[in-house]
Design a protein around this ligand. Structure first.
Ligand code: FUB
Length: 342
């Protein structure tokens, strides 16, 4: 296992600016922070980054994560506890490698950990594991969720207690290799290669009553501009790439996502979890590092953005999670955050 340097990190970004916030933990590398409030306490379900041997490539082969560790906090700015291994990919019968960005949910006394990993055919599937504790250990189901594919599950539970999984990611996340309903190992490496066509959409499925399967086949979540036209594949500053998150604010649904190769976190607002979502703008300007992946939760009377950068290591594969306050304008739009300040 890798450990982050014990010495204090250099507080300046490569361009000389200061970091808006500091890593929540420095003992291990963490990314893709999915935060939830359970019984008043904050739990973060991150990826646990490690320094594997794979060279860096466009498909994320260098993200070789093998297990999950949960973080918890009692109050904003308080001590962050790193809990023991919650799930190891070696204990998941169907999975071989690359335990990427997870999420969690709670229902009727059980905590659910949702996670993508590659099966022995090299296809990403999404699995589920359960525990009576929010920090695990989690016991995995023997097979992935039926009909699941791609990466970055985010499970949103609505005020009526219905839960939905939003998921997907292009390039290494393989969404473009699943357009026919089955995984095509020879499909495009990146996207649809159709910049003038609607971009690939994130997927949504309601969860079954036992939270272990989809209640219906995954559907596309439409993302449109203010004129109601689909965001196109070539619109790389706005189109969906990966890392979807859903939250509800003042009765509206907010879908947020990463634009991947242009490095923004952006969002749209809709009237239903199924969309359509009208693009609104940026939540977060680019961080130091290639990926940004986030979550948004209300906790102790404020809204918080959780994200990650590569401050501690300077390397894409070794990231560290952070949190900062997120604020809204009176019209419900989100004020853009810059993770670097002068
Ligand atoms: O951490 C591995 C992958 O990188 C995640 O699944 C993506 O969202 C990106 O952060």
């Amino acid at each position: 296992a890798q450990t982050a340097p014990a010495t204090a990190p250099e507080p300046r970004a490569p361009d000389g600016r200061r970091y808006l916030s500091q890593p929540l933990v420095t003992e291990i590398y963490t990314a893709d922070p999915s935060a939830h409030v359970f019984a008043g306490k904050l739990y973060i379900y991150p990826s646990h980054d490690i320094d594997g041997p794979a060279p860096e490539d466009d498909l994320g082969g260098h993200f070789e994560m093998r297990d999950y560790r949960v973080l918890s906090m009692d109050r904003p700015g308080g001590k962050v506890t790193i809990h023991p291994v919650a799930l190891d990919v070696k204990d998941v019968p169907w999975a071989e490698k690359q335990a990427w960005a997870p999420d969690a949910a709670f229902k009727n006394g059980t905590y659910y950990l949702y996670f993508p990993a590659k099966d022995r055919q090299g296809a990403f599937r999404i699995g589920v594991a359960t525990s009576r504790s929010p920090v695990g250990p989690f016991v995995p189901e023997k097979a992935p969720i039926k009909g699941s594919f791609s990466i970055d599950p985010a499970v949103f539970t609505d005020t009526d207690a219905k839960s939905y999984m939003i998921f997907g990611g292009i390039w290494g996340g393989q969404l473009q290799r699943n357009t026919s309903g089955t995984y095509d190992p020879n499909g495009s490496k990146t996207d649809l290669n159709a910049p003038d066509k609607p971009a690939l959409a994130p997927k949504i499925a309601m969860m079954s009553a036992d939270m272990k399967q989809f209640a219906h086949a995954p559907r596309d979540v439409q993302i449109v501009d203010k004129a109601g036209k689909p965001i196109l594949g070539g619109d790389t500053d706005r189109r969906f790439f990966e890392a979807a998150w859903m939250h509800k604010y003042q009765g509206k649904y907010y879908l947020s996502w990463s634009t991947g190769d242009t490095h923004y976190l952006v969002y749209g607002i809709g009237n239903s979890p199924y969309g359509p979502f009208t693009y609104q703008g940026r939540i977060l300007e680019p961080v130091v590092g290639w990926t940004t992946h986030h979550s948004i939760v209300e906790w102790q009377g404020k809204w918080w953005l959780f994200y990650a950068d590569s401050q501690l290591s300077g390397q894409t594969r070794l990231r560290n999670v952070k949190m900062t306050e997120l604020t809204y304008n009176a019209d419900g739009t989100i004020r853009t955050i810059d993770p670097l300040v002068k």
